[in-house]
Design a protein around this ligand. Structure first.
Ligand code: GDP
Length: 528
């Protein structure tokens, strides 16, 4: 095996998806504990603590260094290099989250066992499902009174549309939570509370039918036994290929805050989750073990100094080996860059990154040379597919208070649009105000704040009657022209001049679909 192939084989790149408060931060901290990266665990907490209000978010954005550093965490565990990509949740939920999911090879889904699957998780799951990303499920908070495990299992199956295969099964819950039965190793692991517990001194009782378990847990054991017999009959056996294809999800029960059941999740990730795979470009398929470097920008984040329009482009390495100072070509512009000052996300070693392989993420500070979706190569012209833009669900019209600054407004919005901070639509109809589209409310606040601090523009947002946008295409040019002429007042162009149809209700969209069978409407546009 080449040394590149060896490095690729030990990479695992994943994200944690969950509804706010399900326990993502807690789980992240525990995962970091296992790899010895404790300092970062503190900064995970710090980030979380300040994300509750928009104003706090602005505050932390002033220290963007922190949020840049904690948005990718790299750790070593059992000879694997693990890259954990943070997906912002809560009010700062935005399109970024979706795009981060395009840069991972697997996901861990955390569910609060008292609440089951919640709305925000469902949206993230849809993105994973669309890409057949393998998902490991962690059912959290068994130390509380929660839903019945069997009910949770069927909830997972119906929302994921995949088979949920329990790897462990809880005995009791809440005050009577006794532990979990490890179904693959036929032993029970006893629950012990405690925040900073690490592995090493766990207590096990061997064998499902061991009388000691019955003696200790009585009716809770009887109930668990019945359930285990039921699921053994009703669920298929775990099949690695099915997991990799996104058709089966292994399910674990535990308690993140007590560090109970966390290590099993990490072990499963290392053992079963895929190494970085091939990526499809328009021109060809790129294999991660290829000697030449390729990578794609999946996120752009404004950095420390707004006055200098400093940005960090997050590049997921797709193939080859990245070395500091190497010459790279940006496929879109044919320009060459030579990144020296690369941000490393290695949590144990804070020094500059020296090399990176497929699955790793590197941060390249730049002044706007790198855009979302840009491909970096050693010279080859490549365009990757699959970086999604989602149809916004919230719209606001934007105007500048001082008309003399409307040019700055356009410049600012173009740049913020390219960065993916917000979607900007230019109406077809003459004289219409620019429209901003977002999937999260906070995106608007951030854009107004950044227009002011970075471009000196006092922007004024106004309500818009639109609630939905669909990009559209057609194989029939005459039908396309007719549709565009008869709906001119509802058409606007996005940042790459792709036309979109704007409506204020689902009913309106349905009517348009019925009247225009030759037009295809798309809720998602892929970059390129
Ligand atoms: P996030 O919003 O998904 O990142 O959730 P957090 O990790 O911040 O957890 C939300 C709350 O749930 C915090 O108060 C945690 O202490 C608590 N929590 C996390 N895991 C558990 C658990 O296993 N049991 C209990 N009882 N509480 C937990």
């Amino acid at each position: 095996m080449s040394s590149i192939a060896q490095e690729v084989a030990r990479r695992r790149t994943f994200a944690i998806i969950s509804h706010p408060d399900a326990g993502k931060t807690t789980l992240t901290e525990k995962l970091l504990l296992f790899s010895g990266a404790i300092q970062i665990a503190g900064s995970v907490k710090a980030r979380k603590a300040s994300r509750h209000a928009a104003s706090d978010w602005m505050e932390i954005e002033k220290q963007r260094g922190i949020s840049v550093a904690s948005s990718v965490m790299q750790m070593e565990y059992k000879d694997c290099v693990i890259n954990l990509l943070d997906t912002p949740g809560h009010q700062d939920f935005s399109e970024d989250t979706y795009r981060v999911l395009t840069a991972v090879d697997a996901a861990i889904m955390v569910i609060d066992a008292a609440n089951g699957i919640e709305p925000q998780t469902i949206r993230l799951l849809q993105v994973c499902r669309a890409r057949n990303t393998p998902i490991i499920t962690f059912v959290n908070k068994l130390d509380r009174e929660v839903k019945e495990p069997l009910d949770l299992l069927s909830e997972i199956e119906s929302h994921l549309g995949m088979d949920a295969i329990p790897f462990s099964w809880p005995i009791g819950m809440g005050k009577h939570f006794g532990g979990v039965f490890d179904l693959r190793n036929d032993r029970m692991r006893l629950f012990k509370a405690g925040q900073e517990r690490l592995d090493g001194n766990d207590e096990y009782i061997e064998g499902l039918h061991n009388p000691i378990i019955k003696e200790k847990f009585g009716s809770y054991y009887d109930k668990a036994l019945e359930e285990i017999e039921l699921i053994r009959e009703a669920t298929p056996t775990f099949d690695h290929a099915e997991f990799l294809a996104g058709k089966q999800t292994p399910v674990f029960f535990g308690s993140a805050v007590n560090n109970f059941g966390v290590q099993e999740v990490l072990d499963t990730l290392v053992e079963w989750a895929p190494k970085p795979g091939a990526r499809q470009a328009l021109q060809r398929t790129v294999q991660p073990e290829e000697p030449k470097f390729t990578g794609v920008v999946f996120k752009v984040q404004a950095n420390m100094d707004p006055a200098h329009r400093d940005r960090v482009a997050f590049v997921r390495v797709s193939s080859g080996k990245f070395e500091r100072g190497m010459r790279l070509k940006v496929s879109r512009t044919n320009k060459e860059i030579r990144p020296n000052n690369v941000v490393s996300f290695l949590s144990q070693r804070r020094e500059l990154l020296d090399e990176a392989y497929a699955g790793d993420v590197i941060g390249i500070p730049n002044h706007g040379v790198l855009h979302l979706g840009d491909v970096l190569t050693e010279g080859e012209n490549l365009q990757f597919t699959g970086l999604p833009f989602f149809a916004p669900e919230l719209f606001q019209a934007v105007e500048v208070k001082d008309p003399l600054r409307s040019k700055q407004l356009r410049t600012g919005l173009t740049q913020l649009g390219e960065e993916g901070a917000i979607q900007v639509f230019r109406p077809e109809a003459a004289g219409g105000a620019l429209l901003l589209g977002a999937v999260g409310q906070l995106q608007f606040e951030v854009v107004v704040h950044r227009l002011k601090t970075e471009y000196g523009v006092d922007a004024h947002l106004m309500p818009s009657r639109y609630t939905m946008a669909r990009w559209f295409t057609s194989d029939n040019p005459a039908a396309l022209r007719k549709f565009m002429t008869s709906n001119a007042q509802h058409i606007a162009y996005d940042v790459v001049d792709a036309p979109a149809f704007l409506v204020s209700s689902m009913a309106q969209l349905r009517v348009a679909e019925e009247l225009n069978p030759d037009i295809k409407f798309h809720a998602m546009r892929e970059h390129g």
